[in-house]
Design a protein around this ligand. Structure first.
Ligand SMILES: Cc1cc2nc3c(=O)[nH]c(=O)nc-3n(C[C@H](O)[C@H](O)[C@H](O)COP(=O)(O)OP(=O)(O)OC[C@H]3O[C@@H](n4cnc5c(N)ncnc54)[C@H](O)[C@@H]3O)c2cc1C
Length: 254
């Protein structure tokens, strides 16, 4: 199992510990939302959904064709306020087992999972500006965090920088666009590295978009989620631009 990393600061408050539960969950829906990306909803078969904080993950286990049981971690995509179950946003990894196993599940199939786990959660007090920076399915914890903060009516400015290659790879685009039109303090900044001329938004990598917003580094908390190479580059950029390392939090998927 890959290891989750989280940078914790000294001046910030961590979320209270949640009870970790081992449970069986049934697939309520499984939808391919983007090429090679599925959103799945799982409901507990005993009807008892665990409590969690936005940003936490579950560990899903399954038996491979060779008989070996393996476990992989997945950030919870749905916000904690949704009490029927939890959603995951999973990218198929070529040659991988668990990601394809999950994406191939049918409604009614069952899985085993343990959760919630992880300390990649929103730190309080909130600074004036909160940046969520992700690529690919690294957006999963930020869907839960953004919806949670906005529905609580926070007034701080929240920026979501999401990087991918092409417009069709933008995960939950219409959902985040709706959130942006509903809340004036939510700023959605999808950034494409290989868009054609019709794309009017940000171009390049997430680092380039973040750079444009890095004035007043003392005012910001930066949360980063995705593959290690991106996480490390964004972390380095934030710190070299003056953001305190104690205000940079990250979760690495590999
Ligand atoms: C805390 C945590 C949360 C995670 N949350 C999610 C999530 O919400 N959605 C999700 O799709 N994945 C998530 N992952 C990654 C997930 O745990 C698996 O590593 C991934 O699904 C591949 O598993 P696999 O068994 O298919 O392939 P494996 O055989 O385990 O991995 C094959 C290779 O794929 C790489 N890889 C892992 N994740 C990705 C990815 N997203 N894109 C491209 N390459 C990748 C790994 O580095 C590895 O080299 C998370 C990982 C961690 C540690």
């Amino acid at each position: 199992m890959a290891e989750a990393s989280v940078q914790t600061g000294t001046t910030v408050q961590a979320a209270p510990r949640r009870r970790v539960t081992r449970g069986e969950y049934v697939v309520a829906f499984n939808e391919e939302t983007n090429p090679d990306v599925n959103v799945l909803r799982f409901n507990p078969t005993n009807g008892q959904m665990f409590d969690f904080d936005a940003g936490q993950f579950v560990s899903v286990s399954a038996v491979k064709p060779d008989g070996k049981r393996i476990a992989r971690d997945y950030s919870i995509f749905s916000p904690p306020a949704f009490r029927d179950g939890f959603e995951l946003c999973v990218k198929r990894v070529q040659g991988g087992f668990m990601s394809n196993y999950l994406c191939d599940l049918k409604k009614g199939d069952k899985i085993n999972a343990i959760g919630p786990m992880g300390a990649f959660t929103i730190r309080k007090p909130l600074p004036p500006e909160i940046f969520f920076v992700s690529t690919g399915t690294g957006v999963a914890p930020f869907r839960a965090m953004a919806e949670t903060l906005l529905s609580q009516g926070v007034k701080e400015q929240i920026y979501l920088i999401f990087g991918t290659r092409h417009p069709e790879d933008i995960i939950y685009r219409s959902y985040f666009e709706e959130l942006e039109s509903k809340y004036e303090n939510f700023h959605y900044l999808p950034t494409l590295s290989r868009a054609d001329d019709t794309w009017k938004g940000h171009r390049g990598h997430v680092q380039e978009t973040l750079k444009k917003y890095l004035q007043d580094p003392a005012q910001k908390d930066i949360y980063i989620c995705g593959l290690q190479i991106m996480v490390d580059q964004v972390k380095d950029l934030a710190v070299s631009s003056g953001v305190s390392p104690n205000h940079v939090y990250y979760e690495r998927y590999d």
